[in-house]
Design a protein around this ligand. Structure first.
Ligand code: NAP
Ligand code: GDD
Length: 321
């Protein structure tokens, strides 16, 4: 099959394109032109880059998407492109809305015009739950986003549902809880911690400043989560699914596990800095993926401790090379 991925240069783009190539598909990705000609997370794997087809485009530019859809004629579309950093969404709310809402609308319109028989995955987020009202969140839980990013993901998700219902398209939303890996962007808290712990161990850094260490997240492994995306597009019917581990840990837990793995006492290095606090915080997330388990047969494969160790170990190895 021919697969089109927006956001292929991100963490999930890396894991998804690798998995789809292994499944024997031909994988085509939309990339934004940048002055350094870098391929983001894909840069870790030059061999992978050579197996992919790239097209310059931007989800805010519908004419670029039209051309790509006409050229590729994909059987499956994974729409991952986003301004995905929650903190940034307060300083750049217009960009966040343009890319995440209008960008999704543009992708849907090109999809509907050129490949209406194909299947479309939209990357929604647990940030839509925001101020949670339940101890564990499923597809029916109240949605009360707490950031421009969360609002944009809620609007994009409902746009997808509306297109599915209005035009009888195969469009599915994955409401994915946080998922991490050694290919995670360095501004996100897990990778910021794993990289800092490795650098401190090697004497390259002597402190780590963080924001709210009491925030709790349901952290899973990105490799497992892209498998869930693929399963959603192989199902008989389009639908919306929560993908999560069902466990919640604090940022403090992550710090302790990461530094502990390297036999470091985190108290000597880690402190808080108000500049990393958010105007409104999502304090707690824990997802219930029962529907994905029952209907798709999906389940996670890596534990919280295993994830932390994988990230720290990989950062240590990369720095030691
Ligand atoms: P990421 O690493 O930040 O990647 C974002 C991707 O979007 C990059 O390839 C980026 O390209 C691309 N992009 C940004 N603006 C674009 C534009 N205007 N036109 C075209 N491409 C654009 O994010 P991720 O962690 O892989 O997440 C993938 C998707 O899942 C995102 O939609 C995110 O919001 C959502 N999500 C992520 C998580 C998570 O925990 N990782 C959880 C729930 C939902 P550049 O390389 O050019 O910047
Ligand atoms: N980034 C960051 N940096 N976060 C920090 C820091 C810090 O120094 N200190 C504490 N935190 C807290 C944040 O306040 C937040 O509560 C938590 O750590 C996680 O922050 P991020 O790793 O930036 O992720 P996120 O939960 O805001 O968003 C990620 O997950 C969403 C799914 O729930 C992103 O991947 C989103 O794109 C995704 O939709």
């Amino acid at each position: 099959m021919k697969i089109l991925i927006s956001g292929i240069t991100g963490q999930d783009g890396y894991h998804l394109s690798k998995m789809l190539l292994d499944e024997g598909h031909s994988v085509h990705g939309i990339v934004r032109r940048n002055s350094q000609k870098t391929y983001g997370a894909l840069e870790y794997d030059r061999e992978l880059i050579n197996k992919l087809e790239f097209y310059y485009g931007d989800v805010t530019d519908k004419s670029s998407l039209d051309l790509i859809f006409k050229t590729v004629k994909p059987d499956m579309v994974f729409h991952l492109a986003a301004q995905s950093f929650v903190q940034e969404s307060w300083s750049n709310p217009e960009v966040t809305y343009d890319v995440n809402i209008k960008g999704t609308l543009n992708m849907l319109n090109s999809f509907r015009e050129y490949t209406p028989e194909a299947r479309f995955y939209n990357a929604c987020s647990s940030e839509v739950y925001g101020k949670v009202s339940d101890d564990i969140q499923n597809e029916e839980s109240r949605m009360w986003p707490r950031s421009p990013y969360g609002i944009s993901k809620l609007a994009a998700m409902w746009t997808c549902i509306n297109y599915r219902e209005s035009y009888n398209l195969f469009v599915s939303n994955g409401i994915l809880f946080n998922h991490e890996s050694p290919f995670r962007g360095v501004e996100f808290v897990t990778r910021k911690i794993s990289l800092a712990a490795a650098r401190i161990k090697l004497g390259l850094q002597d402190e780590l400043k963080l924001g709210n260490m009491d925030a709790m997240r349901d952290w899973g492994y990105a490799g497992d989560y892209v498998r869930a995306m693929y399963m959603m597009l192989q199902a008989n019917e389009p639908d919306d699914f929560v993908v999560a581990t069902g466990e919640s840990h604090s940022v403090q837990d992550f710090v302790e596990a990461a530094f502990g793995y390297l036999d470091l006492d985190y108290k000597q290095y880690v402190s808080t800095d108000p500049k990393y606090l958010r105007p409104a915080e999502v304090q707690y997330l824990r997802g219930d993926a029962s529907k994905a388990k029952e209907k798709l047969g999906w389940k996670p494969s890596i534990t919280f401790k295993g994830l932390v160790e994988l990230m720290v170990k990989t950062d240590l190895e990369r720095l030691s090379d």
